[in-house]
Design a protein around this ligand. Sequence first.
Ligand SMILES: [Zn+2]
Length: 222
Amino acid sequence: MFDSDLGTNEGSVVRRRAFLVTSASALAAAILWSLRRPSLVQAKTAKGASEEVTIVEFSDSGERLKTAHVRKVVKTEDEWRKQLSRGVFAITRQADTELAYSGEYWNLHEKGLYRCVCCDNALFTSDTKFDSGTGWPSYWAPIAPENVRTMRDASFGMARKAVSCTECDAHLGHVFDDGPEPTGLRYCMNSASLRFVEVQVATESSKPSASLGDAPSRRKGG
Ligand SMILES: [Zn+2]
């Protein structure tokens, strides 16, 4: 009787120890994980009621269409993972940052529109893009203030303002107050959060109908 009681107690002590060790390592892993990920987007992957937001819609040629009230794009983490590549997921949904000079758009000077890679919301235009020398695409203003949101970001011990897409909460980058006139702002973005749409200057329909081999008689004045 004593023996069996002792045996049980010993067993439970061993089990408790094992449990404590397991929970301690799980806790350590959780702490490491939370340190790695900036806190600002931790709650963003949870599915909630779709809130209505106000954005300004733009055509691919950069023409301002209308102010629209749209349902916020809310997807589960799994859905985002299916839609996005691993790197784009880490940046847009987990607030990671691409390496400087590694992205597609830091040195792009073409005329066009930059949309959200997650939801297609229009975010920036080449009209406000400037060479910041940072290795990230930089703009002195968003295409419309309604289309992006800024919030305090204290991750990595820095006081910064994170910029996200109003329509889907994608993390885009940060905004700093050392930009050029007229705003003095520098929207320092990740190329991976953006999808560039080049503005087509000349279209097929604007060309005169001419047979092959005819040299164009006039060029459009500029
Ligand atoms: Zn978006």
